[in-house]
Design a protein around this ligand. Structure first.
Ligand code: HEC
Length: 202
């Protein structure tokens, strides 16, 4: 008969327990730090090779790594920069590239990409180069992508701020700035644009 007596007792104790919740023994938030554990590079007797740092299971992919074809995720294939932008271009992409360029690149490389900015004026050691003149003008698309993804010399990486798609949008916008500054060969224009231009210039 004991359980039947015990149940009302437990129920009666509930409000008491609830009111005790905040005045109980202090929670030990340090217990994960203080519990028995190994430090990096220590020996772990229970593994055959005694290494405490274990390799992740085969095929594990770091959370921050982008997966996909290397020309898109890396801007490089077999150690060589890709020449052309390897993703489809579109107007929304260029608009997005412009927005991000003006936030992340223009403060140093200038709104027009010509390397004229207050930061450039004050950077003494090596200035942000013009992106619309040689040598950057002649860089393959992958090199500009890599500058964003990895940084370059004194330039910090923008790999945290810009994902793969956004980096290519910025590269595309840099290309647009280069074309705006340096002009476009008429015979490379798409037919409708060429026709309109010829009509308007006549
Ligand atoms: C804090 C200033 C700063 C910002 C912001 C910045 N850059 Fe740069 N960038 C530099 C400097 C300085 C260099 C030259 C570095 C050197 O020679 O050590 C450079 C170099 C480059 C180069 C040439 C790399 C090469 O391989 O020669 C490219 C391309 C470039 N930047 C593109 C960009 C783009 C695109 C952005 C925006 C995502 C950007 N930069 C943002 C300062 C900046």
């Amino acid at each position: 008969m004991k359980p039947i007596v015990a149940l009302p007792l437990v129920l009666a104790a509930c409000p008491l327990l609830a009111s005790c919740e905040n005045s109980g023994p202090e929670r030990d938030f340090e217990r994960m730090v203080n519990q028995a554990h190994f430090e990096y590079y220590e020996e772990a007797p229970f593994f055959e090779d005694r290494r405490v740092m274990r390799d992740p299971p085969e095929g594990t992919v770091p959370r921050e790594r982008f997966v996909g074809p290397p020309e898109v995720t890396n801007g490089m294939v077999d150690g060589a920069f890709v020449e052309a932008i390897p993703v489809p271009l579109s107007r929304p992409m260029l608009d997005d590239g412009r927005k991000r360029y003006e936030i992340f690149c223009a403060p140093c490389h200038g709104v027009g990409g010509d390397g004229v900015s207050v930061v450039a004026h004050n950077m003494e050691l090596r200035k942000p180069p013009s992106l619309v003149a040689a040598p950057v003008l002649d860089y393959p698309a992958g090199r500009v992508y890599q500058a964003i993804a990895q940084g370059y010399g004194l330039m910090p990486t923008y790999g945290q701020e810009l994902g793969v798609e956004e980096r290519w949008s910025v590269v595309a916008y840099v290309r647009a700035l280069q074309l705006r500054t340096n002009g476009v060969a008429v015979d490379t224009l798409p037919e409708p644009v060429r026709a309109r231009m010829q009509k308007e210039l006549r």
